[in-house]
Design a protein. Structure first.
Length: 149
């Protein structure tokens, strides 16, 4: 299933690249193309094309339903501030890694820097009580992002 998700994600990203960051797709057409159920397309959209990853998604369900995806483009300082305000007070390791992948995708972080960011916000590094990890992780990531500006 992971390989199919990656294939669908890559296909949609190619559409976005070719169409200057905007795509309108039909859920059922993609499902037919990839020989899967429409809910698989929903899963990819819901997990791979999120605000944290720099996308705005509008979905209309029903017979003529479509999905519009827009890649959010902004300068690096604006993008970093957008991420800082998106972090919130609590942040899971999974969402923190999505932010970091996004920074890497937009060439704001190098591979080495992204590895450092991942290490800093990992459960292993935080090592605090479970109830406090997400709060500590949010504070660490916010401070690291602000230091990039």
């Amino acid at each position: 299933m992971a390989k199919l998700c990656e294939t669908i994600e890559d296909f949609i990203k190619n559409i976005l690249r070719e169409a200057d960051g905007f795509a309108e797709i039909q859920r059922n057409e993609l499902a037919i193309r990839f020989n899967c159920v429409p809910s698989q397309i929903n899963y990819v959209i819901d997990t791979r094309f999120t605000v944290e990853r720099g996308y705005y998604v509008e979905s209309r369900r029903g017979g003529g339903g479509h999905i519009r995806i827009k890649a959010v483009t902004m300068d690096s300082s604006s993008f970093i501030m957008h991420l800082v305000t998106s972090v919130g007070e609590y942040l899971s390791q999974q969402v923190a890694e999505a932010f970091i992948v996004n920074l890497l995708d937009y060439n704001i972080l190098s591979q080495r820097e992204s590895a450092i960011f991942r290490a800093a916000v990992s459960d292993k590094a935080i090592g605090s009580a479970i109830s406090q990890k997400d709060k500590i992780r949010a504070a660490i990531l916010k401070n690291m992002l602000i230091s990039l500006m």
